[in-house]
Design a protein around this ligand. Structure first.
Ligand code: AMP
Length: 404
C-alpha cells in the first residue's frame, strides 16, 4: 500500500537541492529517498556511474557488493523511466530488466527499488527459480515496468510466452563475473539476444577477468568505464587476523571463538557444501545456534536460514562462497574463514560481509599447514600481511609463509 508522503516544501526542496546527490543530476524525489535512508554523500561508484547513466550512456563498472553499486544503477534508471513517461498508467511492457545471479541478490535489488522508488509510481516484480511459477505469472499479469530476475526462470517464462522482453529499454547485468562462475553465460547471452538492440545497458562485475570483458563487449555500445577500488581498501573498519591452526583442531577453536558473547552474528565460510552442513550440525550439537546455506539447499531452506540469521534466532551462518554472495545482513560482527578460499579475491568478498555501513567488524582466517600458499595469495592481493593471533603454532615467518 502506498503511504501518503508530505509534499516537498520550498525549504525541503532547497535543502535537497544542495546535497551532493542532487549535484549528480538526480531528481529531488529520488534525492529525498536516499536522504531518508540516511545517506549523506554518494559513494565513489555512485559518483562515477549516476551522471553517465543519466545521460543515457552504457556503463561498464567494476565494483563489488558493499560499494553502493545497487543505488548506482537503480537511481538513474528510475529517473530515466519516469522522465520517459508512462509510469503508473502502465505501458503494458517491461521497460527495465535487471538480471542477477542469485535469488538473494535479486531480492536485495528489488528491495532497493522499493526504497529508492517509494515516491514514484513504479510497478516492479521479481522472477526467480526454486519456487512455484504461479505467483510470478500473476505478478506479470499486473504489467510491471521493471523486473528483477535470475536467468533460468526468466528464460523458462520467455519460452512459455509468459513474458515478453521486446519492449526493454534499460538493461542491467549485475555481478557478471558471478554469472560466469555459476555457468549462466549461455542463458545470459540468450536473454540479451531477446532484447531490442536500441537500449541502454549497465554492466556490473566485481572483477574484470578476460571472460567478463568478452561478455561485456557483446552487449555494450561505447560504454563509460568505471572502476572502483575493491572493498578491502574501502572497508578499513574490518580488523583482520589469521590463526595458524591444524585442520582437525579448527572446529574446537571455532567454538571457542564463538563463545565470545560480543559476537552477535557470525558468518563462517567453508570450502564445500558438505563441509558447511557438517560444521553447522556440529556447532548445533555444541549448543551454538547455527544454520548452513549453500546451493544444494532448496530455496525455502535458504530463505529460512537467512531469515533466522536476520532476526537473530540463528547466531551463526555457515556458508559456501557462492551461496554467501549477495547476503546483505547488517550487524555481522564476525566473519570466520574456516577454510581459506582457493581464489584470493573471494577473501575480499567474504570479509566485505562485516564492517558495513560504518560499523566495525572482525575477520579471522584459520590457516592449516597446507593452506599457507593460499594465505600468501591473499596477502599478495591485499598488499598487507595479516597479523597472527592466538596461533597454536607460530611458523617460522620466512620459511612457512614465504616473502610477499
Ligand atoms: P550495495 O553495494 O549496493 O550492495 O550497497 C551496500 C550497502 O550500502 C547497502 O546497505 C546500501 O543501503 C548502502 N549504501 C548505498 N549507498 C550509500 C551511500 N551513498 N551512503 C551510505 N550507505 C549507502
Amino acid at each position: 500500500m502506498r503511504v501518503a508522503v508530505p509534499p516537498l516544501t520550498p525549504e525541503l526542496e532547497e535543502r535537497l537541492r544542495l546535497t551532493p546527490f542532487a549535484q549528480l543530476g538526480l531528481a529531488l524525489t529520488l534525492v529525498r529517498s536516499v536522504i531518508d535512508e540516511g545517506y549523506t554523500v554518494p559513494s565513489p561508484v555512485q559518483v562515477e556511474v549516476i551522471p553517465r547513466a543519466l545521460e543515457g550512456r552504457d556503463v561498464l563498472a567494476c565494483a563489488q557488493t558493499g560499494t553502493g553499486k545497487t543505488a548506482a544503477f537503480v537511481l538513474p534508471l528510475l529517473q530515466r523511466m519516469t522522465l520517459a513517461g508512462d509510469l503508473g498508467t502502465s505501458s503494458g511492457r517491461i521497460r527495465t530488466l535487471v538480471l542477477a545471479p542469485t535469488r538473494e541478490l535479486a531480492a536485495q535489488i528489488a528491495e532497493r527499488v522499493d526504497v529508492y522508488g517509494r515516491h514514484l509510481r513504479i510497478r516492479h516484480t521479481m522472477i526467480y527459480g526454486g519456487v512455484s511459477q504461479r505467483g510470478q505469472e500473476n505478478a506479470l499479469a499486473g504489467l510491471p515496468d521493471l523486473v528483477v530476475a535470475t536467468p533460468g526462470r526468466l528464460l523458462d517464462l520467455v519460452q512459455q510466452r509468459k513474458i515478453d522482453l521486446g519492449g526493454v529499454e534499460y538493461f542491467v547485468l549485475d555481478e557478471a563475473d558471478r554469472m560466469l562462475d555459476m555457468g549462466f553465460v549461455r542463458d545470459v547471452r540468450k536473454i540479451v539476444a531477446l532484447l531490442p538492440t536500441k537500449r541502454q545497458t549497465l554492466f556490473f562485475s566485481a572483477t574484470m577477468a578476460p571472460a567478463v570483458e568478452t561478455l561485456a563487449r557483446t552487449m555494450l555500445v561505447d560504454p563509460a568505464r568505471v572502476s572502483i577500488a575493491p572493498a578491502v581498501t574501502t572497508a578499513p573498519l574490518v580488523e583482520q587476523s589469521v590463526v595458524f591452526v591444524q585442520q582437525p583442531d579448527k572446529r574446537a577453536f571455532l567454538e571457542g571463538v564463538l563463545r565470545d558473547p560480543t559476537v552477535e552474528r557470525a558468518l563462517v565460510f567453508t570450502r564445500t557444501k558438505r563441509g558447511a552442513n557438517r560444521l553447522a550440525g556440529e556447532l548445533e550439537l555444541a549448543g551454538i545456534l547455527s544454520a548452513a546455506i549453500h546451493g544444494n539447499k532448496t530455496q525455502n531452506a535458504r530463505d529460512r536460514a537467512l531469515e533466522g540469521f536476520r532476526r537473530g534466532t540463528t547466531r551463526v551462518l555457515v556458508a559456501t562462497d557462492v551461496a554467501a554472495r549477495g547476503i546483505d545482513v547488517d550487524g555481522v560482527s564476525l566473519v570466520v574463514n574456516f577454510d581459506l578460499p582457493n581464489v584470493a579475491e573471494s577473501y575480499v568478498h567474504r570479509i566485505g560481509r562485516t564492517g558495513r555501513a560504518g560499523a566495525t567488524g572482525r575477520a579471522i582466517s584459520f590457516c592449516a599447514r597446507d593452506e599457507r600458499p593460499l594465505l600468501q595469495d591473499i596477502e599478495r592481493l591485499i598488499r598487507r600481511r595479516l597479523p597472527a593471533t592466538q596461533s597454536q603454532e607460530r611458523p617460522n615467518e620466512r620459511t612457512a609463509r614465504g616473502s610477499l
